[in-house]
Ligand binder design. Structure first.
Ligand code: ADP
Ligand code: MG
Length: 315
């Protein structure tokens, strides 16, 4: 098979676990398989694909398991839980995609790379933690945690309960970049930087994990720029990026150029915790020389690549 273009595909939370589901392995395998079908279709069409994905619900469940069993087995820190989630989700994608390759006579293999992403220990995010993670607690429980560990920051999360918040620093570089590139040269479909990657800081000439969460779309952009892909595609649960989102006069966009995207971002059309980082990542990708970015529904990935669905962000 001859490849036409390289594309990094970032899978949103919905591609793996939908909001009303409990999170059983059957549910997650089923969702993953549907998305993998789209991805196998892209590969069949000649696109060289690198996959990345979110891990919010999965790492939340792992943290809860650790918290509830901490008197029986030692609880693992956030970086180790992040690595576990990359392994868990990577396995699901890897197996289902490989099954589809056999079914569709695609002669490639798939591999998941446990990925560390370097962040700056002086990133201002470390003094202003913003990203809620893990289970919800009552105010009383949260105050107990704060008493035990003064360094932790907790917030009341949109009327749903109290949650711990951690810093969300900028991704600077991917530690396993050369390994990923080498696999791509061998036509291996790589799954990397899951959950935004495991955040690490430089220490004593090496790396060390930190308690933080990197935004998966910004980390996906880092991956796309580092492995020099032509296209950066973010699959989510809405068909297109909109301006005046949620209003009666909402307008879905087929296309945005850089200056439009920046203007809309400034005018607050994109929520900071959801569409905002996607548009920012798209802008960054195109500004660093990528051909275009696509934001679309995980059900329409193939159509979007053909220009028949989703929103394209172009120079
Ligand atoms: P993912 O798991 O794919 O990252 P997010 O929830 O973070 O999903 O982002 C997708 C969500 O962004 C959509 O479900 C939608 O509710 C929200 N959103 C906020 N602003 C916009 C906008 N301007 N256009 C489209 N969707 C938007
Ligand atoms: Mg998101």
């Amino acid at each position: 098979m001859k490849f036409s273009k390289r594309v990094v595909v970032a899978l949103g939370g919905n591609a793996i676990l939908r909001p009303k589901e409990k999170g059983s392995s059957e549910e997650q395998f089923n969702n993953v398989e549907k998305t993998c079908r789209q991805i196998a279709g892209m590969i069949k069409k000649g696109f060289k694909v690198v996959i990345t994905h979110g891990n919010g619900p999965q790492v939340g469940n792992i943290l809860m398991q650790n918290e509830n069993a901490k008197d029986i087995v030692p609880a693992m820190p956030l970086d180790v839980c992040g690595a576990e989630s990359q392994g868990q989700i990577g396995y699901m994608i890897q197996q289902r995609l490989d099954n589809l390759f056999k079914e569709m006579s695609i002669p490639y293999s798939v591999a998941t790379i446990i990925t560390q992403v370097v962040v700056d220990k002086n990133d201002s995010a470390f003094t202003h933690p913003t990203k809620p993670i893990g289970p919800f607690y009552t105010e009383k429980e949260a105050k107990e945690f704060i008493k035990k560990n003064q360094k932790e920051k907790w917030i009341e999360d949109s009327g749903r309960g109290w949650r711990k918040v951690v810093p969300s620093p900028e991704p600077i570089g991917i530690v396993e970049k050369e390994a990923i590139k080498a696999l791509l040269e061998k036509d291996v479909v790589v799954i990397a930087s899951g959950g935004g990657g495991i955040p690490v800081i430089k220490k004593d000439g090496g790396f060390q994990g930190v308690k933080a969460v990197i935004d998966k779309d910004l980390a996906g952009e880092r991956l796309a720029s580092d492995v020099r892909t032509d296209i950066f595609m973010m699959l989510t649960d809405v068909p297109k990026v909109a301006i005046n989102f949620g209003k009666s006069y909402q307008k879905d966009l087929d296309r945005m150029n850089l200056s439009q995207a920046k203007t809309y971002l400034k005018e607050d059309h994109f929520s900071p915790g959801s569409m905002g980082p996607k548009v920012k990542a798209a802008i960054k990708f195109v500004e660093s020389g990528g051909e275009y970015a696509i934001i679309c529904s995980s059900k329409q990935a193939l159509d979007a690549l053909e220009g028949k669905a989703g929103t394209r962000i172009v120079a």
